[in-house]
Ligand binder design. Structure first.
Ligand code: FE
Length: 208
């Protein structure tokens, strides 16, 4: 899906080069320490990321009562789990979960900029900030979903949730078939960040 919105193919390498130059300059001028960037990276590798969201989704799949609480009061339900500290911290103050089911498919977006639930999903992918994605996701969500490979049946409703500084949405995808024998940890390993944004389904392990 990397070229969905026609970015130059060297976009990642070019951004990385700019970031390295900026980092070197900031360190040289004493604005940040040489360990500052490492600390931020470690935070997103170990504390805030889609590995947290995957645990939340897996719990919702195995525990219907938890799923109900998660949708009703997302921060309170998340606080029940053994997750790293900071689930209500930066960019996660007001998170809200919406659950896919047989009648509804949910898609999250930020029409204004790139608001995203950092504690449970980490940092948003670059295409999430793309003006084309943001505009088309609202105007023709079914067409955009189809380009991501998700064909939502006509009988199924598509709901688009606009994240903002006040509220940050994430999706509890549907549990795939042929997963009755899996443990909660094995289930969490199936859950992708894209599925928690609503631009992908969670694949059944038998079909993978
Ligand atoms: Fe935003």
């Amino acid at each position: 899906m990397t070229n969905l919105f026609q970015f130059p193919v060297d976009r990642e390498a070019s951004s990385a080069a700019k970031v390295r130059a900026l980092e070197a300059l900031l360190i040289e001028k004493g604005v940040i320490g040489s360990d500052s960037v490492d600390a931020v990276l470690e935070h997103f590798e170990t504390m805030a990321g889609p590995f947290n969201g995957a645990k939340i989704v897996a719990r919702a799949w195995v525990d219907p009562a938890f799923k109900q609480r998660l949708v009703a009061d997302t921060p309170a339900a998340i606080a029940e789990l053994d997750l790293p500290p900071g689930m209500a911290g930066a960019e996660g103050e007001h998170m809200a979960a919406v659950a896919n089911d047989e009648a509804v498919h949910n898609l999250i977006i930020c029409t204004l900029c790139s608001c995203y639930p950092w504690p449970v999903l980490g940092l948003p992918p670059y295409w999430y900030k793309d003006p084309v994605f943001r505009a088309r996701g609202v105007r023709e969500p079914r067409a955009v979903l189809k380009e991501f490979g998700v064909e939502v049946p006509a009988a199924k409703e598509v709901k688009v949730w606009d994240s903002s500084a006040q509220i940050r949405w994430f999706v509890v995808p549907e549990r795939p078939a042929n997963t009755d024998h899996l443990s909660e940890t094995q289930l969490a390993a199936l859950v992708t960040p894209e599925s928690m944004m609503g631009v992908a389904l969670v694949a059944s392990p038998a079909a993978a």
